[in-house]
Each structure stands twice: as structure tokens, then as C-alpha cells.
Design a protein around this ligand. Structure first.
Ligand code: URA
Length: 461
């Protein structure tokens, strides 16, 4: 196309509707208009929704997906880590129940970076993590962090930069100026039944991650009953698209397909998840936290490997575990929390800070083996106890949530406690109790064991 030829939104929609490939210029022009609605040629909401549906139905080829992601990434301000002259790396999870690995991975990587500073004295590895809030049945890192009194997740990009420089990691929410195109596209997707497109999910997630100016990215793509993508094939397709898009953008990207068939670790909720991580960093390893620690070390292991700190991801996982056990991760955690204005005195007695007001124990109705559960239903039960929002922008309860006393495959005696439910409001316990009771399946024979990591997707694979 001649660069002088005007681009009309209706032509872009028609091309995608008819199965043609969109050009880089068409995608850039359209997304520029999405981000700047004051522009006279900007597409209307109806036109944006029509293009979203055309993409949902027709998909995008690798070049179109790279172009869409790039146009969204540069639709506003981007974070520039180049002046730090460090190795920037992040982890992103597609969302799960009890998934708190970010709270452990950031201090582990920060500790590794603080131990290997650059010639300018800056941590040799930095994790610029821009996180989200609770979405659907899944928890959000920002909601968990904000249960720490004073913790500020709304740093400016300059404060974010300064925190990375001193601590090696910082965790913040999306700013109004970062990837503004995603905000409008996401809101319209929510109203037009186009959220579930793997192409639109990839562009949405990767545009925000790539705006962090990353050298490398590790993706934890969940699969199973508690994942957004329920089928293994769908999860794998999404993982492949994200790895291909990150790689085309020049960021080394690896995806791990991991099981989300039960809550990860001991607790699900907000403060209780911080408490679980603090326990681990202080050296207490509760048996129910074993899967959380294993996944944390595997993901951190990949990150340490990509950052050049270990020859293999497996050696990286061993290093990660050493960083946890030595107390170095806990030291880095205290530094990060203090830099975000958080009150670190609550970590002296994290159990004492947990004030649910009301608890209820769900006991096993029969003996047998804990065989399965609909983990999405478990996530909704946690949300309805108060850990989630009733409406967008509403408050979340710091102390609502649950504690698992058994994991899938374990032998159960009749009457044995399976789950303790916590809420700040007695009336919020009855419905989640029934949801949990109905979804836990106990069978006479043990289920087949499932690995935590199902597959690793790399650009070369
Ligand atoms: N998270 C995002 O940021 N975008 C999506 O489309 C889905 C999950």
C-alpha cells in the first residue's frame, strides 16, 4: 500500500472480516486511533468492537499478532530500563487460585541481582513487575500486597525506576499512561464476548509485559480446571503464541505449562497468601506449601538461567532454593517492602496479623482419596468469602480465604478436616462452604498423579 493512501477503519474491518492479512500500517493506524480518541479519524467504539470480533473469528497470522502487540505496547508511555544497564526479566502467570509465586520470585531474583551488582553498583538482575488485581475467580498480586499496611503499589515510573535501582525488584499496578490502548480494547472485549480469543489475550498480556523493557520473560501458562483456558490444547496454543510474540519482539521468552487443578500451596486469599510466603522466606516449610515452593524454584530457576546465573534451568532451581533457605530472599523482600512504604513489622508475627473474625472447618464426609475438584469453583468460593470484589473498584477483604489441609491424591479419613474457611463476615461463609463441599470428590482408589509442570515451550521447540 502507498504510504500516502488514507487508511479507513471500515476498510481495516472489511479486510479482516474477509480473511485478508492486515498490513503493519493498517494495524498501527487503527491502534493509534484507539489510544487517541480525540483524533478525528479515530475508530468509533462500534468499529473497534467489529474489528475485535473479526479478529476473534479469523485469528491473526504471526506478523499481524506481532504488529498488533507492538502497536499496543507503544500506544502510550513505556518504561525505559536501559539507563540501569542491568538484565531485566519478569514472570507472568495467566492466573490461578492460591498462585502467589510472584511474592517469592521477585525477592529471589532481587537477592541474586544484589549479590552480583553491575560495575555501577546496580543489582545485576532487575525485575520490573507490573501486576494486576483479582480477575474472575483468580487472585491478584496487587490485592495481596496491599494487605501489608502502607504498601504503595501506585508508584510513578520514576519511583519504579529508583526502587529497581536500589532493590532489584519492584511491584506496581498499571499506570494510566502505560499501554492505554489495552484499557479500551479490554473493556470492549468484556462487552462483546471477545475476551477468550488467544490472539487478543496474547496481544493484551504481551503488550503490557514488553512495555516493561525486558531482556527475558518467563510465562506460567496454567492448564486444568482452575485455569482460564480449560483444555490442554488451548493452553498450549496460547503459550506458543506468547512465546512467538515475545521472541519476535526481541525478548527471550519461555513458557511453562503448569497444572492448576487445585489451589497452589497452603492458603488462598489475600493476607493469608503473604503470610504463607513470609513463612517460607523465614525458613518455615509447611507440608501444604510443598507444591508452591517447587513451582517457585522451577520458575525462578528458568529466570536465573536466562539471566546467566546458572548453566541450566535445573541448576537455577537449586540456586533459587538456596537463596530461599539462606534467608537472602527474605532480606531482599524486607528491602522491597520498605521501599514501597510497607510496614515490615507485621512480618515479625504474620499469623497474629491474620484476623478473620469467623472461621468454619469443612470435614471429609467419607473416607477415601481426594480425587478431584473444580478449581474454578474453589476460586469463586474464595472470592465470595470476601477476598474478591463485588463490583469493579470495590474493596477486598484482607483476611478472607481458605487453608487447604489435604492435596489431591492424599488418603482421607471420614471426618478429617479438609479445608478451613475464613471470612470477616459470618454471612459470607454459608454459600462458599456448600460450593466447596459439592466440588470436592473423594473416591475409593487414588487418582493418577499429575506432574506440576506439563511442558516447557521455547522459541526453538
Ligand atoms: N490478562 C490480561 O491482561 N489480558 C487478557 O486478555 C487476559 C488476561
Amino acid at each position: 500500500m502507498n504510504s500516502q493512501t488514507p487508511i479507513h477503519a471500515t476498510d481495516v474491518i472489511r479486510h479482516k472480516r474477509d480473511g485478508l492479512s492486515l498490513t503493519t500500517e493498517e494495524i498501527q493506524h487503527f491502534i493509534r486511533g484507539v489510544a487517541d480518541q480525540s483524533n478525528p479519524g479515530a475508530p468509533t467504539d462500534a468499529q473497534i468492537a467489529a474489528l475485535l470480533m473479526a479478529i476473534f473469528l479469523r485469528g491473526l497470522n504471526p506478523q499481524e499478532l506481532a504488529d498488533l502487540t507492538s502497536a499496543m505496547r507503544f500506544s502510550g508511555e513505556v518504561f525505559d530500563a536501559a539507563p540501569l544497564h542491568t538484565f531485566t526479566i519478569d514472570k507472568h502467570s495467566t492466573g490461578g487460585v492460591g498462585d502467589k509465586t510472584s511474592l517469592l520470585i521477585t525477592p529471589i531474583l532481587a537477592a541474586a541481582g544484589l549479590a552480583h551488582p553491575t560495575p555501577a553498583g546496580i543489582p545485576g538482575i532487575c525485575v520490573p513487575m507490573i501486576s494486576g488485581r483479582s480477575l474472575g475467580h483468580t487472585g491478584g498480586t496487587l490485592d495481596k500486597l496491599e494487605t501489608i499496611p502502607g504498601f504503595n503499589t501506585q508508584l510513578s515510573l520514576q519511583q519504579f525506576f529508583d526502587t529497581l535501582k536500589s532493590c532489584g525488584a519492584s511491584l506496581i499496578g498499571q499506570t494510566p499512561t502505560l499501554v492505554p490502548a489495552d484499557r479500551l480494547l479490554y473493556a470492549l472485549r468484556d462487552h462483546t464476548a471477545t475476551v477468550e480469543s488467544p490472539f487478543l489475550i496474547t496481544a493484551s498480556i504481551m503488550s503490557k509485559k514488553l512495555a516493561e523493557s525486558l531482556n527475558a520473560l518467563v510465562l506460567d501458562v496454567k492448564t486444568g480446571s482452575g485455569a482460564f483456558m480449560k483444555s490442554y490444547d488451548d493452553s498450549k496454543h496460547l503459550a506458543n503464541l506468547m512465546v512467538q510474540t515475545g521472541t519476535l519482539a526481541g525478548t527471550r521468552t519461555v513458557a511453562l505449562l503448569t497444572a492448576m487443578d487445585q489451589p497452589l500451596g497452603r492458603f488462598s486469599g489475600n493476607w493469608v497468601e503473604v503470610w504463607e510466603c513470609v513463612d517460607i522466606m523465614q525458613g518455615t516449610r509447611h507440608p501444604m506449601s510443598a507444591d508452591l515452593i517447587e513451582l517457585t524454584n522451577i520458575l525462578s530457576g528458568w529466570m536465573l538461567h536466562l539471566a546467566g546465573q546458572s548453566d541450566t534451568p535445573e541448576a537455577g532451581a537449586i540456586l533459587s532454593n538456596e537463596i530461599l533457605r539462606s534467608g537472602a530472599a527474605y532480606k531482599a523482600w524486607l528491602k522491597i517492602v520498605a521501599a514501597h512504604n510497607g510496614d515490615i513489622s507485621v512480618f515479625e508475627k504474620p499469623a497474629a496479623f491474620h484476623k478473620p473474625f469467623t472461621t468454619r472447618v469443612l470435614n471429609a464426609p467419607t473416607a477415601g482419596y481426594l480425587a478431584s475438584m473444580d478449581c474454578t469453583e474453589v476460586g469463586w468460593a474464595v472470592q465470595r468469602m470476601g477476598a474478591g470484589r463485588l463490583k469493579p473498584g470495590g474493596p477486598v477483604s484482607a483476611h478472607a480465604g481458605l487453608e487447604m489441609h489435604s492435596k489431591l491424591g492424599e488418603k482421607i479419613e471420614a471426618g478429617q478436616p479438609l479445608i478451613t474457611l475464613f471470612s470477616e463476615n459470618e454471612s459470607l461463609l454459608a454459600e462458599p462452604y456448600e460450593m466447596l463441599l459439592n466440588t470436592l470428590k473423594i473416591t475409593p482408589t487414588p487418582p493418577a498423579p499429575q506432574p506440576l509442570v506439563r511442558e516447557v515451550i521455547t522459541a526453538s521447540a
